[in-house]
Each structure stands twice: as C-alpha cells, then as structure tokens.
Design a protein around this ligand. Sequence first.
Ligand SMILES: Cc1cc2nc3c(=O)[nH]c(=O)nc-3n(C[C@H](O)[C@H](O)[C@H](O)COP(=O)(O)OP(=O)(O)OC[C@H]3O[C@@H](n4cnc5c(N)ncnc54)[C@H](O)[C@@H]3O)c2cc1C
Length: 445
Amino acid sequence: MKRVLWFRRDLRVKDNPLLTFGGEVLPIFIFDENILRNLQVDDRRVAFIFHYLLKLKSDLQNIGLDLKIFYGTPEAVFEHLSEFDEVVASGDYDSYAKNRDLHISHKLHFRYLHDTYIFKPKEILKDDGSPYFVFTPFYKKARVALNTKDLQEKKIAQNILIKSDYNGITKINADISKLTLDLESIGFIQQNLKIIDPQKKLDIFKKNISKYSQMRDFLDVDVSSNLSVDLRFGTISIREVLREVLKLGSISEAFVRQLIFRDFYAYALFHTPHVENENYKYSFNGIEDEQKFIAFCSAKTGVPIVDAGVRELLTTGYMHNRVRMVVASFFTKDLLLPWQWGERFFAKHLLDYDKASNALSWQWSAGTGVDPQPYFRVFNPYLQNKKFDKETFYIKRFVPELLAIESKNIHNEEYLISTDIDNYPKPIILHKEASKKAVALFKNL
Ligand SMILES: Cc1cc2nc3c(=O)[nH]c(=O)nc-3n(C[C@H](O)[C@H](O)[C@H](O)COP(=O)(O)OP(=O)(O)OC[C@H]3O[C@@H](n4cnc5c(N)ncnc54)[C@H](O)[C@@H]3O)c2cc1C
C-alpha cells in the first residue's frame, strides 16, 4: 500500500496519528494556491506555517522520513499523485476544507483521521441522538466522556519513505517546476514573529494555572496559555495539552472548559455548516455603513479599548480574549455593523484565525448565534475598561495619544466627548444611546 500522508492542521511529528501507519509513505504539505491568492504578501500565518514546515521537515528527517512541499491547487497536486493507493489526513470541518476533501476523495481513496479536536463531531450527542446547540449541557456530557477518553500518545510506526525529490518546493499548475525552499519563492515576505515553542508555553502556563480562572480577563497580566495558534496549526497535540493539565486536578478545570468550548464551536459548525456565514437565529443582519467600518478598521472610533484592541491585532496578529468580546460587541451592537464584516476583518489579521471559533464567537457577540449572548446584554466598553484595565496600561501601550490622560478620564465617556485630545478622535457614537437602540431593535424582531 502506497500512501500519501497529507499534513494540514497537524504540523508536528509528536503524537500525530498520521505517522501511525506502517508501509510506504510520501509525507506532503500543499501551499494551496486557492487560499494563498487571497492573502497579502505580509500575511503572518504563511510565515508562521513556513517556520513550522521547516521544523516538521527536519523532525521527519530525524525519523528517516522527509516532507515534500507542493505549491498549487490540491486538485492539481493529486492529479500528479494518482499512482498512490490512498491519501491519509486529519479531518477539518469548514466548508472550504470539506469541499476540497470531497473533490480529492473522487480521485483517490481518502482516509480520515481524528486529530484536531478532543471529540469526533458525532461523539457527544443528546440521548435522542441529536446534537447539542447549548454549551452547558454539551460541556457536562463532554466532561464526563473526557474521564474515559483515550488520550494516549500516538506512537510512530516504521514507515518506508517513497523515493522522490524532497528538495525545494514542487510547483504544479500548467507545468511542474521547482521553487527554492523559502517564503519569498511563493510570493510572501518574512515577518517579525515572536514564535515560542508550544511545549515551553505549556510549561509556563502550568506554573501559572492557579491564576487562570480569576485573572484571565485582566488586560495587563498574561496568565492565559497563548496556545490558540498552536492548536490551530497543530504544532502541539490537543491530547498532549489535556494529558498535561488534567494531571493537575481541579485547578485546571476552567482551562479544560475553554478547550471544550473550542470543540463545541467546531462541533456546532459541523452540524450547522451555514452558520459560517449566516445567522443561526434572528433575521437582523446589521446595517451597512462604510464610514463606521473604516473608523473601526483604522482604530479611530475614539473608544479607547476598541481602538487599543484593533491596534493590538494589527501590530501583533493577536487580541486579548476579553478585548475580542468587547470589540465584537461594540461592532455589532453599538455600531450595528454586520457581524460578517467584523468576522472577515479578524480573519484577515488573526494569527490564530479559525473559522469555527471566529464565526461562532462573532455570532455570540451579535446575539445571532448558537447559544449566543442574550441580545439585551451589551458590553459597556468604558466599564469593561475600568474593570479589567483600571490603570489603563493596556490602552496606553497601544494608544500612546492617551498617555497624558488620567485613567479615570479614559474610563469616562462624557470626558472623552467634551475634551479635545491631540491626534485622538472623539467617540463616534454614544454608548448609552447606541445600546438602547440595539436592544429595542432586537426586541421587535
Ligand atoms: C469575536 C471573537 C473571535 C475569536 N476568534 C478566534 C479565532 O479565530 N481563533 C481562536 O482560536 N480563538 C478565537 N476566539 C477565542 C479566544 O479569544 C482565543 O482562543 C483566545 O484569546 C486565545 O488565547 P489563549 O490561547 O491564551 O487562550 P486560553 O484562555 O489559554 O484558552 C485555551 C484555548 O482554549 C480555546 N479557547 C479559549 N477561549 C475560547 C473561546 N471563547 N472560543 C473558542 N475557543 C476558545 C483556544 O484554543 C485557546 O487556545 C475568539 C473570541 C472572540 C470573542
């Protein structure tokens, strides 16, 4: 049996079910032209992936294998690999991935493995066999199931590497050509990324885990795991993260809950694929307003926590979870913009961008999603600010125009509206009025 081992969201050797097969194998990665052509040349994700591909290649070489890297559409690549008996890959649930895999499965036998999430999409169901669309009962059932879940490390089998040209990047479109093994050859430029080994992140996090449940919302301390990007690209296995934190007992529960949350969103997307782009509930789709959208994207709303969050995203590719919640609430409830616009803006810039977590979180904030924030709850950005960044360290880090302003005034909408601040705009909307309008609007739907 000659198998293609297709690495996608599992860019690692350790604890990877893809490497548990014995036999002749060709490990591959595809830089998918369909995806890359829509990205900007300075996309951080491509640089991140490239970094980990080189590591994966070298780790595979250490176990007698190698990685063949292609550039092209998956269809074209698999045309070229038609002499193989089977392609093996871990499942992925967004609509692009599902369609892509369906097409490939018409060309070559496709064997799906389970790796990216804790549970398979049909593993946690109600007693009547239907899926959950409310998180708490899903969590309770999943948490019990986790106690007996097999989280053992996947052992590497003895594989025989198929002879091929493993140097450079094989470009496949009309012709087959060879590109040098660097980011520039596929049209992207190096980024100044702070890449930290996920095992190291996990070790640091385990030391701080007792602070996680109480302090993770505070903006000037870093007590969360920072593992979202690693879980997104599979540079660490979800089973390994769980093995490590479950050993710590009940102190890790708040964190385990978040991991189950991540599963829940992927599961909900699997069972209701349309929520990727459409509301799960309510027909209200926001009010399109280019001016407001431009003010938001250029971090010029005059609402300090929102502008700080957008600047954090644009400069680092990350945004603190609490700030993501405040920003998305402001976008959908105060500005009444379509959540899909905000979702796309995050999708363009987030290093940890994941279709399920992003689209469903945006819908949670908009009040339109699976188990959403009730429509009548609207975050007050000034109170959130005061509660989680009292001394405004976070805000001043990203909005230096406010360095000379006292924290109490930054938490005060009246002050910001009535005061001229050098190079910083006045709020484009009054929160109190805007939130009343949003609640009234939803109430009448
Ligand atoms: C509007 C909005 C958009 C978001 N978009 C994404 C996204 O595209 N990709 C993404 O990974 N997360 C997204 N999140 C969830 C969350 O903000 C990030 O997972 C978290 O900030 C990552 O930091 P961390 O790894 O330190 O998280 P930790 O607090 O250490 O949590 C551990 C892990 O649990 C998962 N997790 C935590 N919170 C959530 C959550 N609310 N929903 C789903 N999974 C969660 C993540 O994989 C995370 O790495 C979004 C949240 C909001 C409100």
